[in-house]
Design a binder for this molecule. Sequence first.
Ligand SMILES: Nc1ncnc2c1ncn2[C@@H]1O[C@H](COP(=O)(O)OP(=O)(O)OP(=O)(O)O)[C@@H](O)[C@H]1O
Ligand SMILES: [Mg+2]
Length: 267
Amino acid sequence: MNAIDQDHRAPVLSVRGLVKRFGSVTALEGIDLDINENEVLGIVGDNGAGKSTFLALLTGYHHPDSGEFRYRGHPVRITSPARTRRALGIEMVYQDLAMAPDLSVWENLFLGEEIKRFGILSSRRAMRARAGEVLAQMNTKIRPEWQLGQLSGGERQLVAIARGLLFDRDIILLDEPTAAISVAKADDVLNTIGDLHKRGKTVVLISHRLEDVLAVCTRIAVFVTGRVAQVLDNRDLTIADLIHAMFGGAADRQRAQWERRQQPGTR
Ligand SMILES: Nc1ncnc2c1ncn2[C@@H]1O[C@H](COP(=O)(O)OP(=O)(O)OP(=O)(O)O)[C@@H](O)[C@H]1O
Ligand SMILES: [Mg+2]
């Protein structure tokens, strides 16, 4: 468990005893985990280990069968993604990006937020200008007026992350942001995660690309069949250490199957 936090950062979000079942499948079997202020927490684990389900519970997209959440030490109920965004400052970038391909980048950035957040400023021109500022801050070439559907997967990931910056969310949750994109675009996403960290944001990153996790994360939680098997500080860790934590020394066949699934074109 992660009782010893070597950076002594306070938890911004803590979960205890989180259980989630889908019918007869138990996706999470009692998760205890702290997400600390301004860390980049990696989550790794085999397919079906419960990683996406965990983030879906943090956003309120799914609800746990049992368990507790604390936000900055106070018990909270996590009810819906919209409320989580506004009340707790949590922005989620989904594994299957939920965006409107026919709309422009800036319209996607403000989708569902226009009037409430910007009040009198909510003119199209103001929103577009603000979107341009945030994209420029991220050092991307993406223009606010481009149509979202014409962007590559990696560029869409950057747009999704830009939403977190635009609304100044404290916690950004990313589910496989680099899985389906080229190495160059993946580097853009990883650099952006580094920037978020420097700006004091808290990031949770699910990824099968263990080299990405090692490159940007400060701590790494290893999920095994719906539980947190280990939480490792990312100091001198190697890919072999992570694979060992995911599968153990003995599970050679399971591990070989997982490694084959990580080859390009097989996922
Ligand atoms: N909406 C759902 N309905 C039924 N079962 C689900 C649902 N979502 C997830 N599950 C099941 O819960 C378990 C955990 O799934 P989850 O998607 O959280 O895994 P994961 O660690 O994100 O896997 P991957 O690495 O493949 O994305 C799996 O057995 C999955 O089939
Ligand atoms: Mg998943």
